[in-house]
Write a protein that binds this ligand. Structure first.
Ligand SMILES: [Zn+2]
Length: 253
C-alpha cells in the first residue's frame, strides 16, 4: 500500500482486515471488517436518514449471490453483507494499523490509518461476529459510526467520550472523581483554542488529527466485547449505570 492510497484488490485482503470504500464520489467512506468467506460485518444506521455521512441500511436491497447477505438482528445496525454488496461497485481500500507517527501525519486524507496496533485476527473476527449478534448501541446517542465500529473490532479501544462521558455536564455528574481528574489534564491540549482555529494550517490539521488518533489518545480504554454488548443496555437510562460500572472497572485497573 502506498502513501497516498490504501487501494487493494479483493484477493489481497485477509479475514480480520478493516476495509472501506467511498460512497457518493468521496463524500464519505464506509467501513467494515472482512470476516472471510466473501463476507463483511459493518455498522449501518437503522431508521431515519437524517445524517448525510452515514450508511443507511436498505431493507429492500436484494443480493443476487448470497441468501444470508444483509443479515441483521431487528433494530441492530450491525449487518453481515457480501463483499460485492458492501462495495456497491466502489473501490476497495484497506485501513492500516500500527503505522508510524510520521506516516500517519503524511497521509493526505484522514481516516485511512491509525498508529494503534491491531489485535490478533481471531479476536477481531470474534468482536465483529459478537456485535453482529448483540448490536453496537445507538448511533444517535453515542455517535458511533461505521469507522468507530471497525476501529473497535480491530483494537478493542473506545474513547471515553464514546461511552457518554463527553456529553456535556454528564461528565461531572455521573462519573466519579478519578475520571474527572483524568479528563482535566491530558485532554486539554486536544481542544483547539480559538486562536488556533483561526490560523489553522495544513500542518496543524495533520498534527491535531494525530492528537485525536485512537493510537495516541490518553482517553481511550480497552473494553471487552462481552462488556460492551452483553451487559450494556444502550438505549435506556439503565444503560448509563451499566456504562458507569464498566468505566469504573476499566479505570481502576
Ligand atoms: Zn450481497
Amino acid at each position: 500500500m502506498g502513501l497516498l492510497t490504501n487501494r487493494v484488490e479483493k484477493h489481497e485482503i485477509k479475514p480480520g482486515d478493516h476495509i472501506y470504500t467511498y460512497r457518493a464520489v468521496f463524500a464519505y467512506s464506509h467501513h467494515g471488517i472482512f470476516v472471510g468467506g466473501s463476507k463483511v460485518v459493518h455498522f449501518t444506521r437503522v431508521g431515519n436518514a437524517s445524517s448525510s455521512n452515514s450508511e443507511v441500511y436498505d431493507e429492500n436491497e436484494e443480493c443476487p449471490t448470497f441468501p444470508d447477505c444483509g443479515f441483521r438482528h431487528p433494530d441492530s445496525g450491525v449487518v453481515l453483507s457480501c463483499l460485492d454488496c458492501f462495495l456497491r461497485n466502489g473501490s476497495l481500500y484497506c485501513f492500516e494499523y500500527g503505522v508510524t507517527p510520521s506516516v500517519f501525519i503524511a497521509k493526505v486524507r484522514g481516516g485511512t490509518c491509525t498508529t494503534a496496533a491491531s489485535d490478533p485476527t481471531d479476536m477481531v473476527i470474534h468482536r465483529a461476529m459478537y456485535l453482529l449478534q448483540n448490536g453496537f448501541g445507538n448511533y444517535d446517542v453515542f455517535q458511533n459510526n461505521c469507522e468507530d465500529f471497525a476501529l473497535y473490532c480491530k483494537t478493542g479501544l473506545l474513547t471515553v467520550d464514546r461511552l457518554g462521558v463527553g456529553r456535556s455536564g454528564q461528565a461531572s455528574s455521573v462519573i466519579g472523581a478519578p475520571l474527572a481528574a483524568l479528563l482535566s489534564s491530558p485532554l486539554k491540549f486536544l481542544v483547539p483554542s480559538p486562536v488556533g482555529m483561526a490560523t489553522v494550517t495544513a500542518g496543524m490539521y495533520c498534527v491535531s488529527r494525530y492528537a485525536t488518533d485512537i493510537g495516541v489518545r490518553t482517553d481511550v480504554i480497552k473494553v471487552a466485547v462481552e462488556d460492551l454488548a452483553g451487559s450494556v443496555r444502550w438505549e435506556n437510562n439503565e444503560g448509563v449505570a451499566a456504562q458507569d460500572a464498566i468505566l469504573e472497572r476499566q479505570l481502576l485497573r
